[in-house]
Every structure is written in C-alpha cells, then in structure tokens.
Design a protein around this ligand. Sequence first.
Ligand SMILES: *Cc1c(COP(=O)(O)O)cnc(C)c1O
Length: 364
Amino acid sequence: MSLDALPLREDLRGSVPYGAPQLDVAVRLNTNESSYDLPEPVALAVVEAVAREVRHLNRYPDREFTVLREELARYLGHDLATEQLWAANGSNEVLLQVLQAFGGPGRTALGFTPAYSMHPIITATTSTAWVDGRRGAASGDFDLDADDVARQVRDTDPDVVFLCSPNNPTGTALPLEVVRAAYEASGHAMVVVDEAYAEFARAGTPSALTLLPGRPRLVVTRTMSKAFAFAGARVGYLAGDPAVCDALRLVRLPYHLSSLTQAAAVAALRQAPVLLGTVAAIRAQRDRIVAALPGLGVQPVPSDANFVLFGGLADAAATWRDLLEHGVLVRDVGLPGYLRVTAGTPDETTAFLTALAATLEESR
Ligand SMILES: *Cc1c(COP(=O)(O)O)cnc(C)c1O
C-alpha cells in the first residue's frame, strides 16, 4: 500500500515528515539539546517523584496539572498567576493547540523566515494558511525592524503571528519594540513569541513576559527541552491571559499530560537552580565559538541562544558532510552558505572547531 493510494487530506499530499537526522556520531551538535546529563541530585529527585506516581497509574492524571502550573508560574516570576500558565508535551504541542484554537481552515498565520521550521509545519497540520514574512528587509541581515514587521502584519492581516526570540536558526533575540509593533499592527491576531532559548540570552535581554499585562492576545511559549536539559521528557509551556488557557482547554485532548510527565517536570522545576547550572558554561562555549569562527574565515551571527549560525561557506551541504566524516554532526538549516552548530561541552567545541578548520583547509 502506498501513501498516495490512501484517502489522505489533499493539503498533506506531497509533504515529507519533519526530522533532523538522529545519527550515532560522537559529537552531536545538531538539535540544540543540552550536552549535559541531568545532575545526579536532580536525576534522583525525578526518579523518586516518578516512582511515587507509578502505583497510581490506574487513575487518570490531574487534567489541570495544577501543581505543574504553580511551579511554572513560580519559576517564571513576573507576578504570573497559576491561571496564566499552560503546559503540554513539548512547546510544539502547545503551538499545535494554539493553532487548533486560533487557526484552522480559512485562517492565516504569519512568520518571519528564516525562523523555527516547525512553525509553518505545525500551521499546515491544522489547515491554516502560512504566509512567509521576510527578515532583514531594512538591514540586509537577519534582524527584524519594528516598522517593517508592523507593515507586513498589516498587509497580511493574519490570525496568528509567530515571533521567535532568540530566533532559531539565526540566534539573535528581538527587541521588545518589535513585539509591541506586531501586537499593535494586528487588530485581532494572537501574537506568539517563541522563547525556547530565553535562558541563554545575553545579559540585559528582556523577555516578552514583561509585555503580557494588558495584552490578552499575546502569548509567550517556553520549553524545558533546552536550558533545562529535559528534551526527552517532552515538556513545554506558555504564559498568557487566563482566557487563552480556557481556549486551549477546548482543543487539548483530555489528560494530555501524563502523571509521569507532570511528576518528572515538577521535580525538575523544584531543582531549577541546579538544573540550570550548566547554562553559564554553555553560554561560554557559545561565545567561544562566535569568537573563534572569524579566524577560520566564516562569519557567525550574534547569538543569544545555545547555538551559532555561521555563514560564508562556499558549499554548506559539502561542509556538513565533511564535518560528519570528522565525527561532528551539525545542522544544515537550508540557508545557502550557512550551517548551525549547538554549543555543548568545551571538548565538543574543540572537536567542532578542529574539524571545521580541517574541513575548510581540505576544501581550499
Ligand atoms: C527546540 C525548539 C522548541 C522546543 O520544542 P519542544 O517541543 O518543547 O521540544 C521550540 N521552539 C523553538 C524555536 C525551538 O528551537
């Protein structure tokens, strides 16, 4: 039976599944995971919390995941109330629920490419139309300019606007004036700021959480997949108006967060300072990569994330393959001349820089 022979939705025909290569390579720097295992005290706390739940798996979990929302509100601060927090199995599921509630057939989402490649993919799964906005029209680089964003929002008149700060794959955080401009220009749209990498931002970078008061159409999404080193547990969340959470209750599957997931996430959040202990070290590796790349003849984009996009490659796909042959897996994000590398441990940085130097040398 071929896929084409099935009565698949017309708008899914010809699509290919999303997926970065999961290859068994020594140095894996392609999906912006944390390279650090959970610290032992956190691992033990998670195991104990999960063990306590196991006996009660006969029952459905707390549908409202109240304790988890309390812990998320406490972690984020900004005077957020429990009712303003929502969580799901990864921020990708949070984004899906946002589109299920606010997108759909006949509706439109606008994002500013290049940004997170899952935004258009999740949008398409809900039969929402996607409009590719453009970055860098003013400056010629990947920056977004507030006036330009406002103009594109007015021209498109979308139902959902995606902003990503720090932006994946480019790395740079957005000035808040861009978020304000998008919100004001969009008369009725939900404005989503994807802050998956917020914890890695350079000092003095404000979060869009500060803009939530008085802006009921604004939501800020976060994840435990990156700074919290918790990608395998699948926990993402958003902060927004309590009415937004009410909207998401209409579309989420009942009991969408298992009791094991809730217990693990709560235990991890209660150890947040320990768990986030590697963030400073990862930032230092990020800065080390940014500082070292010009010496190799390639140009890094300024980064507030745990990765660096670098350009100036004659043939990015060939460099990607050569790095893999040297045992280093990075990401080809489909931007001509660019590759993206995750900042991991000091040894991984050394392995990457050594392999890149050798690769560029060989190709000269
Ligand atoms: C990695 C990433 C996420 C995380 O998704 P999860 O489903 O929470 O693992 C979300 N947004 C962006 C921009 C990312 O790069």
